[in-house]
Every structure is written in C-alpha cells, then in structure tokens.
Design a protein around this ligand. Structure first.
Ligand code: ZN
Length: 429
C-alpha cells in the first residue's frame, strides 16, 4: 500500500460543497491531508498522480444491490442458475460494480441463502475484487406475494428467489437462519410489485405479527432490517417496526411522509427508479410495450414515485440511487443511470445527486464518520473522473471516464496518465 498524492485535481468532496482545485494525500488506507490550490502538500516518499485537471470525488455507494440477479427477463429465472455457476456469477458482478466506480454496495437481497455472505467474506479476505459490501438475506416473503415462485410440488426452501414464510414461527426460523449465516441485514417483502400477477405494487402482504417477530429477532442480534415497500401501508408498516432501509416507497401519502420525516436521521430510502422507468419506456427487451407497461401500473407508479421522492427530499429525508439492476431491461453495470434519473425526474442538481451516492452512501454503510467524503481521516475510496460530472452527470455511466478507482487506499484501476504525467519521487521520507 503506497502513499499517493493526487495533485492538480478538481475536488468534489461529497459534502455538498462547491468543487475546488486542490490536492489529496493518501497514506495507507486513509486520506491524510486535503489541500486547496497547487503544491501545498509534501511530495517526498509518495507516488504523485497528476490529474491534469480531472475531477477527484469519493467512490460511490449503490444503495440497493442484487449481485445474484442474473440479467434475466423474469423474476423466477433468477433462481434457475445452479449454485456453482451462481456463486461465480455474483463474484464477477462484485468486480463489475467496482469497475464502474461503486466502491460500496448495500446488499438488498440474495437469491441463494448464503450467497451474499460468501461474496462479502471473499471480498473482505481479498479472495475476489469487489466493493465494500453489506450482505443481505433472501427476500423474505409470504405465500402469493413478490418472491414466491414456488410450485406446490417442490420442496421448501430454495425453489424461489425469495424465502416464503407464513406465520410467526416460520418467520422466526427464517430470520434466525439468515442471522446464523452472518447477514448484515434482513430483507422483508411487505408490499407486492407490478411484476407479480395478482400482487401489484399497491397491495400489502405481510402481517404486523410477522414483521414484529422479524424485527425483534434482527434487532436483538444488532442487525438491520430493510423492506420492499411500494404501497402506502407498507411504508408506514416499515417505519412502525423500526425498519431503517426502505426500498421503493412509491406511494407515500402525507401520513407516511410525516412518519418518515420523524425518523429521518436513521432512515434511508432508495426508490429503485430503473425498474419503473425502463419497463415503461424500454420494456420491449422483454416484450413489454408502453401500453402494456401502463396496464401493469408503471405510469401510475412513476408519477407516485416522483412526487413521493420530491416530497421526501424537501423534508430532508435521504433518498439514494441504485436499485434492482440485474434484469434484462436494466443490466448490472448501468447503475449510474440512476443519477441521471435523479436529476431528470426528481429535480436534484448533479451536486446533490453526488452527495446522495457518496456522503449519504457512507452513512447508509453505517460508516458516516469515515466513509463517503474526501476529508482528512476518512477512508480512501476515490474516483478520478475524466470530465465534470456537475456539467454532465451522465459521464459517470461511462467506465472509460473513470481514470482511476481506489478502494481502501489501493488502486482497483490505476490511472494510465501516471506514465505520461506522473513524477515519481525517489526520495524516502
Ligand atoms: Zn430489489
């Protein structure tokens, strides 16, 4: 782990402050010094990266990641990949996310019970490259709702990408099993989803008794809950039971907004806009044209989602990008499209979207005091970007524009500009 000085860079530090020209000195896995202007920091004993005016920003956090989703056209196809291939697939996706500048990912559900934990552990031990990762359980669901693809004659529990439970006893057993495997969070499917016939996004499926058991078991082990909650009632149910990570939250009414605002210091919302927008406008890839997508409820849900997210942002609730990439209509790797959606649909400025995927991302990773900003003492997760994402947020979708990717003080991608423009200091400190 070398000491690295990024010089001649334009720093977007992730705090929401306007960018400035400066230098950043990395020592080990942390940011040791941040300087404004040129040649303010020492250059002895360090590798100097002359950014030639490129943007230096914190690594990004994907708030709703499914490394095990297989870019399939349907939900049930996720689970058809055999265990061995599926593990290798998830490992390659972990690398892909890092290749695209996502240095942190929040696991939002895994298709095989232990897959997320195995991948997280392999990343942390250095066995495979990947982002900082919080491992999730399978989506825990109830009979008939999103995540239940089980055919009656096939055995519990693995035929569906979700884990199907009914009643408090089955819920308790499932949650304890995932906690035993070592997950960081338990995912509950509270509402339905427009992809599921007979269980659309406005419907509610899990009983308060079932949710309460899951919440109790998870919290006494010090772990976190997340929810798939598109409907109004499911958003309120999430807050009532102390669920910190709420996915989708499309149909938030005034009461739901009030509840969220009251807990805004601990709640994170990730709308996962890609599913709605892509199916509405680009669904042909799976044979869904615009008329059918409207019949499935996606036009209505997009309207609701946009107004809900705008209202949340106004109330200071943290809304983060990412979500449900890994389908044929929105394959893995295109996740930064969400930043463009935030600007285009939610009216956020590019600077605000960068805060949402960096500063708020560090907070969502439960490392808000050391991750997600370019700040002295913080972990060195950094992206050197060719161009200005504030004038065009879409450049973050192009991995070729990521000149360097550093995670924990180590280059995942070394800058090619080093050979041309870098001065190497031979002087030992
Ligand atoms: Zn999801």
């Amino acid at each position: 782990m070398a000491n690295v000085l990024f010089t001649n860079v334009r720093i977007i530090d992730g705090s929401g402050a306007q960018p400035y020209a400066g230098e950043v000195l990395v020592q080990g896995n942390r940011i040791l010094r941040v300087g404004r202007g040129a040649r303010t920091l020492p250059v002895t004993g360090v590798t100097v990266i002359d950014g030639a005016g490129a943007t230096l920003m914190p690594g990004m956090c994907e708030a709703h990641t499914h490394l095990g989703w297989t870019n399939s056209k349907t939900l049930d196809a996720i689970q058809k990949m055999p265990h061995e291939e599926h593990t290798l697939w998830a490992a390659s996706m972990a690398k892909l996310y890092l290749d695209h500048g996502w240095t942190s990912c929040v696991g939002a559900a895994t298709p095989k019970p232990r897959q997320d934990c195995v991948i997280r552990n392999a990343i942390n031990s250095g066995q495979i490259p990947g982002p900082r990762y919080l491992a999730a359980s399978q989506e825990i669901t109830v009979t008939g709702s999103l995540g239940d693809d089980m055919l009656p004659h096939l055995p519990f529990p693995e035929m569906s990408f979700g884990m199907v439970v009914d009643g408090q006893d089955e819920m308790r057993k499932a949650v304890r099993m995932f906690l035993k495997y070592g997950v960081d969070s338990i995912k509950l499917n509270l509402s339905g989803d427009n992809l599921v016939p007979g269980a659309d996004a406005t419907t509610n499926w899990m009983s308060d008794e079932e949710v309460a058991v899951a919440a109790h078991e998870t919290k006494i082990r010090g772990k976190r809950l997340s929810s798939h909650a598109r409907s109004t009632a499911s958003i309120k149910q999430s807050v009532r039971h102390g669920i910190d990570v709420i996915y989708h939250a499309s149909f938030a009414d005034e009461e739901a907004l009030d509840l969220l605002e009251a807990k805004k210091d601990r709640i994170f919302v990730a709308p996962g806009m890609s599913v709605i927008i892509r199916l509405l406008w680009e669904g042909e890839v799976i044979g869904v044209d615009n008329a059918q997508a409207k019949r499935m409820g996606y036009e209505r849900e997009l309207e609701a989602c946009v107004s809900s997210m705008k209202a949340m942002l106004k109330r200071g609730i943290r809304v983060l990008p990412g979500g449900d990439y890994g389908f044929a209509w929105a394959p893995h790797g295109e996740n930064a499209k969400d930043l463009e959606y935030f600007v285009k649909y939610l009216g956020m400025t590019p600077l605000e979207t960068i805060v949402s995927c960096t500063r708020w991302g560090g907070q969502m990773m439960m490392q808000g005091n050391e991750l997600g900003e370019i700040k002295e003492g913080y972990l060195a997760d950094l992206l050197l970007v060719d161009g200005d994402p504030l004038s065009n947020i879409a450049i973050l979708q192009d991995r070729k524009r990521l000149l360097a990717i550093m995670k924990d003080g180590v280059f995942h991608k070394e800058p090619e500009i080093r050979s041309a423009r870098t001065r190497w200091s031979q002087t030992a400190a």
